[in-house]
Design a protein around this ligand. Structure first.
Ligand SMILES: CCCC(=O)SCCNC(=O)CCNC(=O)[C@H](O)C(C)(C)COP(=O)(O)OP(=O)(O)OC[C@H]1O[C@@H](n2cnc3c(N)ncnc32)[C@H](O)[C@@H]1OP(=O)(O)O
Ligand SMILES: Nc1ncnc2c1ncn2[C@@H]1O[C@H](COP(=O)(O)OP(=O)(O)OP(=O)(O)O)[C@@H](O)[C@H]1O
Ligand SMILES: O=C(O)CCC(=O)C(=O)O
Ligand SMILES: [Fe+2]
Ligand SMILES: [Mg+2]
Length: 335
């Protein structure tokens, strides 16, 4: 599925045919880009949604931030549903409710204050509405193309740090968790449900790292402990420029699954909330991760499936994704 160089060029030229002045500026930068990087325009499609400047920015950085994409009204509805789930008022099949390791292993905390994230809310119509919002899908299509699967859903409720620094999310690449390819046809949408800042542990990204390869991930050696499956990259370049993505309510960042990112600790008393979905082109295919750096996570996921479903049926790493994935646009061609 990755565009061949010739196709990439065609994409650039198409743009030139159709738009005016703005494109001429970008033609200059596109030319410069392709001069320096033969991979120019390998990451985005022309759907008339992203401006040429926005496309080039994603190609260069591996992420793009769109302000105010989700309404306060929708965010409030997601908050309400989250509260209902935490109170136990609704029971959603397949939903995983995760507590922070420092809370889970010590004191007893009830309700939403105990929950660090919800995972796999695809069977909750209210939360899953997030994944189908037309203004989100319109952007997603620029990265995946027209057949779109919602593969992975999360509502993250980063708790105030208990002093053990377990509220941090180590630097990682999301592709580590995914046995499907090509990577360029996968994208994460991450929407701030309130103001997120350095204080409450906003996302931290290393721009441009999406052009690299998938790195080895392991549990970081953190004294205070680390949350289940929060694998991190041990030896990323610490002097690589980092960008703290401070965002307002409803602002949404779209990022590539190879982009190295994490989040710092929450130094406030509030719970920092975000809702996200990983999308993939339905034309992607599953890959066998045996003998690769992803073998460690695949074993953990298979072990978790055994615990939850029982050992009479074997659910492979790939199966676990095929079961969770939901079509949100076009045809379910492969995944
Ligand atoms: C792009 C994707 C990026 C990512 O998805 S990154 C993060 C992915 N994280 C996950 O998928 C989380 C998966 N979650 C889980 O496996 C479960 O929620 C988890 C952590 C095992 C808890 O299971 P439950 O059965 O709900 O809880 P439980 O209270 O019965 O505890 C069972 C044992 O697990 C421990 N535990 C609970 N929460 C934990 C945590 N946050 N981190 C580490 N360990 C945790 C708990 O202490 C207990 O251990 P033990 O049996 O007493 O030794
Ligand atoms: N010692 C460390 N080892 C590995 N990863 C770390 C370490 N310290 C921070 N990180 C990770 O780096 C990312 C960003 O960290 P950052 O330094 O921005 O957060 P912070 O130190 O909590 O906040 P700030 O730098 O704003 O004071 C997070 O993903 C965090 O988990
Ligand atoms: O919301 C965050 O802190 C980051 C979460 C994240 O990157 C992930 O779960 O893959
Ligand atoms: Fe991530
Ligand atoms: Mg720091």
């Amino acid at each position: 599925m990755a565009l061949r160089a010739a196709d990439r060029l065609k994409v650039v030229l198409n743009h030139l045919d159709r738009s005016g002045v703005a494109v001429r500026t970008s033609f200059t930068s596109a030319q410069n880009l392709s001069h320096h990087h033969p991979e120019a325009l390998q990451y985005t499609f022309d759907t008339d949604v992203l401006s040429p400047e926005q496309r080039l920015a994603y190609e260069e950085n591996g992420f793009i931030l769109i302000k105010n994409l989700v309404s306060e009204e929708d965010i409030n509805r997601f908050r309400k549903e989250f509260e209902c789930i935490c109170k136990g008022d609704v029971n959603i099949p397949g939903l995983l409710v995760m507590r922070d390791v420092s809370i889970a292993k010590s004191e007893f905390v009830q309700g939403e204050k105990a929950v660090t994230k919800l995972q796999d809310f695809q069977e909750d119509p209210e939360l899953f509405r997030y994944c189908t919002l037309p203004q989100i899908l319109k952007y997603v299509e620029c990265f995946t193309g027209p057949n779109i699967m919602a593969m992975h859903t999360m509502l993250i409720n980063k708790p105030p740090d208990t002093g053990k620094k377990t509220s941090r999310h180590p630097m990682h690449q999301d592709l580590h968790y995914f046995p499907f390819r090509p990577a360029d046809r996968i994208v994460c949408a991450w929407t701030a449900m309130e103001k997120v800042s350095r204080q409450n542990g906003c996302l931290v990204v290393l721009p441009g790292t999406h052009k690299g390869t998938l790195q080895e991930h392991n549990y970081p050696e953190w004294e205070g402990g680390v949350n289940k499956m929060y694998h991190g990259i041990q030896n990323y370049n610490p002097s690589h420029p980092r960008v703290h993505l401070e965002m307002g309510t409803g602002d949404t960042v779209f990022f590539h699954p190879l982009l190295i990112h994490g989040s710092g600790m929450n130094r406030t008393q509030g719970f920092r909330k975000a809702i996200s979905c990983h999308y993939a082109s339905a034309d992607c295919h599953y890959v066998d991760v045996k003998g690769t750096t992803q073998e460690n996570i695949s074993k953990e996921v298979e072990e978790l499936a055994r615990k939850r479903i029982g050992s009479d049926i074997t659910v492979s790493f790939q199966d676990s994704w095929a079961l969770r994935g939901r079509l949100v646009q076009g045809d379910r061609t492969s995944l």
